[in-house]
Design a protein around this ligand. Structure first.
Ligand code: FMN
Length: 327
């Protein structure tokens, strides 16, 4: 059984990966996509976007795979060669992004209409990677329907993809529930590589149902992991009953406070001062779905833009800036 942390561009960057890895429960993570559109990106761009590359492609023991997004096999291969020199935990290819700006340029989920192109991309990228470096891919079920889902999965595996994450929705379904977990099982029946289920896993019960329906034991958590940073750990501890959910949430919140402080510190080091408040509010806005304490902090910091004022609210809530351990 494996649990993976999903790529989420604009939401999960190295700062949030560090926070979630510190809480633990993940076997690996995939970085947000690095977009390959016109040129061969220099190494420093990969290292800036995925700073874990300078630390063995790992954060708090969690290996980080790096995702590429693009449409041109040759260009993707050139970029993959640069990336490979930085020794990522694996190279991942994105065939799931539904964003119109990305799809208009032929990248992301729109490629699922062209299994031949998927094959060409996988072959070209595989050819430039050292034998020991794994090539993986993340796909949706199709663009408008699932008619070519099996062809796409087979094309990727024939091209050299050694593990496939299936986000069990079409591009047109965007992020709307349900996720069609049964399709993960169908894909698993036609390829000889590990298949990982993804989509709509928010709770331990969702995880159990997803594994049952898909017939797999490996799951990638995405939005659920950000709303509930302890989800992976609770999935691993599923045999242990918790009599009192409120007490559990209170204990989790206490453990989360220094992690939030570390996140705050890392964000402050990374982004321009004017952007830090937005990043911190973004995570708290999601955390308040599970933690009443996060709701209180969020409501207080919502109108604030100055980090000094936010730090005062944090300090009163026990989230003390400068105390968070990172990297
Ligand atoms: C804000 C956001 C950004 C995302 N960015 C990426 C990305 O960079 N690469 C990718 O393969 N998937 C990306 N995804 C898709 C997720 O990895 C995942 O497949 C999707 O959210 C479904 O899982 P969930 O229902 O558990 O959230 C993104 C999703 C969200 C919500």
């Amino acid at each position: 059984m494996r649990l993976m942390l999903a790529p989420m561009e604009g939401l999960v960057d190295d700062a949030l990966r560090a926070a979630l890895a510190r809480i633990g429960g993940y076997d690996c993570a995939v970085s947000e996509f690095v977009r390959v559109s016109a040129s061969c990106l220099p190494a420093h761009v990969f290292r800036r976007m995925v700073p874990e590359l300078d630390h063995g492609s790992c954060i708090h023991g969690m290996p980080v795979r790096v995702q590429l997004l693009g449409a041109d096999p040759g260009l993707l291969a050139d970029n993959a060669a640069v990336l490979a020199s930085l020794k990522p935990a694996a190279v991942d290819l994105n065939f799931g992004c539904p964003a119109p700006t990305v799809n208009r340029h032929g990248g992301g989920a729109v490629l699922l209409d062209e299994p031949e192109r998927l094959y060409a991309i996988a072959c070209a990228v595989r050819a430039v990677l050292p034998a020991a470096l794994m090539l993986t891919a993340k796909m949706r079920l199709g663009v408008a329907d699932t008619a070519r889902a099996l062809d796409c999965a087979q094309a990727l595996v024939e091209g050299g993809v050694a593990e496939l994450v299936v986000h069990a929705r079409t591009r047109d379904e965007a992020y709307r529930p349900p996720a069609h977990w049964e399709w993960v099982g169908r894909i698993g029946e036609v390829v000889r590589v590990p298949v990982v289920a993804n989509g709509e896993v928010w709770t331990v019960a969702d995880w159990a149902r997803c594994c049952g329906v898909a017939g797999v034991s490996d799951v990638m958590l995405a939005r659920g992991a950000v709303v509930d940073p302890f989800l992976a750990r609770r999935i691993r501890a599923r045999g242990e009953p918790h009599a009192d959910d409120e007490a559990l949430r209170a204990a989790e919140w206490r453990e989360l406070c220094p992690v939030l402080a570390g996140f705050r510190d890392q964000v402050m080091r990374k982004v321009k001062p004017g952007h830090a408040a937005g990043r911190i509010k973004q995570w708290l806005n999601l955390l308040r779905r599970r933690y009443a304490q996060a709701e209180l902090v969020y409501q207080r910091i919502r109108p604030l833009t100055a980090m000094a004022a936010i730090d005062e609210v944090f300090a009163a809530a026990g989230v003390v800036a400068g105390t968070g351990r990172v990297m």
